[in-house]
Design a protein around this ligand. Sequence first.
Ligand code: NAI
Ligand code: 15L
Length: 263
Amino acid sequence: MARLILVTGASGTLGRLLAGRLAARGYRLRLSDIIPFPDPLPQGAEFVQADLVDDAAVVNVVTDADAIVHLGGISVEKPFRPVIDANILGLTHLFEAARAEGQRIVFASSNHAIGFYQRGETLAAADPMRPDGYYGLSKAYGELLGRMMFDKHGLESVHMRIGSCLPKPTEARHLSTWLSHDDLERLVVAALKAKKTGHAIVWGVSANQRSWWKDDDAERIGYVPQDDAERFAPLPEEGDAITRRFQGGSFTAIDYTRATAEP
Ligand code: NAI
Ligand code: 15L
């Protein structure tokens, strides 16, 4: 019998994409989101509507799944209240429910956990996080929650620190941050298939010549990206001076009040 994968945030951009691709690979899918799934359900998939903030609903969707791809939650910078609800409270509900059943979680973290490093600086996954807002901070929390859950309970998780997952790069920043749709699929499948992952952090990025990111757990889980944004170069710089200065781009400029951007 094929493994049953729970995909949260299934009605969002990446969820819809992965639903089709994982189903085509023969996985059985339980798709879940707070809003209905907008497409016809892929072969072998079911949909369960659930709010991550509702702990009983989360236990219900997690029950009997073999592994979890967690995409659900706020996916852009917002005031702290909605971010805390979905991305901290909701995420904690998910990890606690998975702990009870022992399922591996493949978590969509984000480059916004390290967004305040300057562009051009090369980072290793183990470098200190520098979140660029409440959204990035919630992803940092997710990575640390995964760390604690493994150290304390042996619960495995793979944290995909995704750059910009788009059909193709459209601005200069994306030449460094782009994750192609095919590489996203490769990453998720590697994370699901790996025999053991422990607590893993993998840059969710293609094999971009201009990538700022190295030294992660990609090799350990068997993720080998194959695309490179360079074939789309050159692309225009976008945004104001703050946006152009930091790796997190436009998110860093939201509600930025420092007089100077010196380190
Ligand atoms: P999206 O915003 O299109 O999808 C997120 C989904 O989560 C939505 O369908 C939304 O209804 C659902 N959701 C929100 N609050 C919820 C709640 N309380 N309970 C249940 N479901 C809830 O985002 P997208 O682009 O598909 O991203 C998926 C994940 O990947 C997100 O966690 C995002 O932070 C992360 N990510 C995405 C990147 C990208 O380039 N698209 C880059 C870095 C990280
Ligand atoms: C993210 O974390 C967002 O979810 C996505 O919408 C993009 O803005 C991406 O980061 C990015 O930094 O390009």
